[in-house]
Each structure stands twice: as structure tokens, then as C-alpha cells.
Design a protein around this ligand. Structure first.
Ligand code: NAD
Length: 260
């Protein structure tokens, strides 16, 4: 039980990576809030974890909405008795050549990935500082926090930006016992990636099998997708780490796709 009695908010936790992290935190003894735009799915995930609602709750939240983030965070603190861990994970993907990207799609991408990270961090840090208990903040970066791929201009830009935010939070949070780190997964088979396979096949004029083999997994050491369990385990480790030796860091979890 590495996270016994901690309280965590995980954004985007109604699906994919966020859900796997929330489930892993719960197994490790944490009380968890499933924060997601999809309130119905968030409620299902929370109910599956704990039908009584004592150790898991759903928070319908658009992470780009300042008022929704502040009130949702306050509701979690009130109901679950504090806040020790934030996982800023909610995200979407839109792929297109840069010359075809609309300003509206560019803004939507940066709003979800960067405004969302800022707003949830601010709400969490205010509480963590005031409580005197400190805390851990994790950002869901990507291998695209470290390198670029074609068709992903706003995603790559936003994921690189999270490194800067985490490093700043590490510095400002240190005096209050707050650590901040970034997890950088390779491709994980979630709805976000499943949607991209046919889209990339169309853009590049190749088959879906070729997208997986020659684009997504080509540089991995074993030809394997990163799994939900791989990412969740890294999140438990970073969230539970006991000192500021690990802060302002980024951990690449990608089956060797990217090494540094
Ligand atoms: P997913 O589509 O399975 O889940 C994303 C969740 O975020 C959904 O439940 C969705 O409702 C929620 N969401 C979207 N917009 C939101 C908003 N404005 N407010 C609140 N919730 C919102 O995707 P996933 O693959 O699990 O991705 C989660 C994170 O992991 C994203 O930040 C993504 O960029 C990152 N990531 C994914 C991969 C991958 O290969 N799947 C790799 C690296 C990083």
C-alpha cells in the first residue's frame, strides 16, 4: 500500500491511461476522484471502484473551465478529506499537417493540454500549500515531450510545454513539500490512439498495419506497445516517492522508443 490514505484527483480518468492510474492508486490505498468531461463514464468508473462512494468519487469537470476546476477540486477536498496527489492527464489528439491546422483546433489542443494543466495545478497547489501537507503533481507528457512527429504540431508543442510547467512547479512548490514530475509514455492502445491509426493511414497513404509497424512501434526495442499497467506503475512510483530527490523530472516509459 504505497499510497495509503492519500487523496488523489486524476483528470481524464473515465478512460484509458487516467482510468488505469486511478485504479492503481486505489489498489495502493488512495481515495480517488475521477475527474472527466464525460461525467456519466466518470460515475461508472468511480462506482466500479467503490459503490459506497467512500473511497472513490466522480467529478464532472472540463479542465479548461476555470470555475469547474476550482469548484470540482473544492468538492473533492471536502468529500475525500484533503488533496495529496494531482494527475493532470486529460487530453485529446487532433492530427493534421501544420499547413492545414485551423486556429480553432490549435487553440483547443493547447487549452486542454496546457490551460487544463495550469488550472488544475493552481487549484491543487493552493490547497497543498495551505494544508501544510505538501503533495505530488504528475503531468501526462508523452515521448512527444522529447521529440516530434509529423502531423502533431500542437500536441508536440503542448507536451513539450508541460516539462517547463513541471520544472517551475518543482521550484515554487519545494518550500511547501510539493513535487512535480512528468510521465512520458510511448504509444498505448487507448481510444486516443485507436482513432489515430486510420487517420494516419489516410494522411500517409499507407495501411493501418504499416502505421503501427513503421510509425508507432518502429523505434521500440521490442516492437511492443506501452501498456496501461506500465504507465500506472510509473505513476504510483512517482506519486509515492518519499523525497524531493525526484522533482522536476520526466520519466520516459516507451519500450525504448526514445532514450536520453
Ligand atoms: P483517452 O481518450 O482514453 O482518455 C482521455 C480522457 O480525457 C477521456 O475520458 C476524455 O473524456 C477526457 N477529456 C478530454 N477532454 C477533456 C477535458 N477538456 N476535460 C476533462 N476531461 C477531458 O486517452 P488516453 O490515451 O488515455 O490519454 C490520456 C493522456 O495520456 C493524454 O494527455 C494523452 O495525450 C496522454 N498520452 C497518451 C498516449 C497514448 O498512446 N495513448 C501516449 C502518451 C501520452
Amino acid at each position: 500500500m504505497q499510497l495509503k490514505d492519500r487523496v488523489a484527483i486524476v483528470t481524464g480518468a473515465a478512460s484509458g491511461i487516467g482510468r488505469a492510474i486511478a485504479e492503481a492508486f486505489h489498489r495502493e490505498g488512495a481515495r480517488v476522484a475521477i475527474a472527466d468531461l464525460a461525467g456519466d463514464r466518470a460515475a461508472e468508473v468511480a462506482a466500479a471502484l467503490d459503490p459506497s462512494g467512500a473511497t472513490a468519487m466522480a467529478v464532472p469537470m472540463d479542465v479548461t473551465d476555470e470555475a469547474a476546476v476550482d469548484s470540482g477540486t473544492a468538492a473533492v477536498i471536502e468529500r475525500l478529506g484533503g488533496l495529496d496527489i494531482l494527475v493532470s492527464n486529460a487530453g485529446i489528439q487532433i492530427v493534421a499537417p501544420l499547413v492545414d491546422f485551423t486556429l480553432a483546433d490549435w487553440r483547443r489542443m493547447l487549452a486542454i493540454h496546457l490551460d487544463g494543466a495550469f488550472l488544475t495545478t493552481r487549484a491543487a497547489m493552493r490547497h497543498m500549500q495551505a494544508s501544510g501537507r505538501g503533495g505530488a503533481i504528475l503531468y501526462m507528457g508523452s515521448v512527444h515531450s522529447k521529440t516530434a512527429s509529423k502531423l502533431k504540431a500542437p500536441y508536440v508543442t503542448a507536451k513539450h510545454g508541460l516539462l517547463g510547467l513541471a520544472r517551475t512547479v518543482a521550484k515554487e512548490g519545494a518550500a511547501h513539500g510539493i513535487r512535480a514530475n512528468v510521465i512520458c509514455p510511448g504509444f498505448v492502445l487507448t481510444p486516443l490512439v485507436e482513432k489515430q491509426i486510420p487517420e494516419q493511414a489516410k494522411e500517409f497513404g499507407i495501411s493501418e498495419e504499416e502505421v503501427v509497424k513503421t510509425i508507432m512501434l518502429k523505434e521500440t526495442v521490442d516492437g511492443e506497445f506501452t501498456t496501461l499497467a506500465d504507465v500506472a506503475e510509473a505513476a504510483v512510483f512517482l506519486a509515492g516517492f518519499g523525497s524531493a530527490a525526484l522533482t522536476g523530472q520526466s520519466l520516459i516509459v516507451s519500450h525504448g522508443w526514445h532514450m536520453e
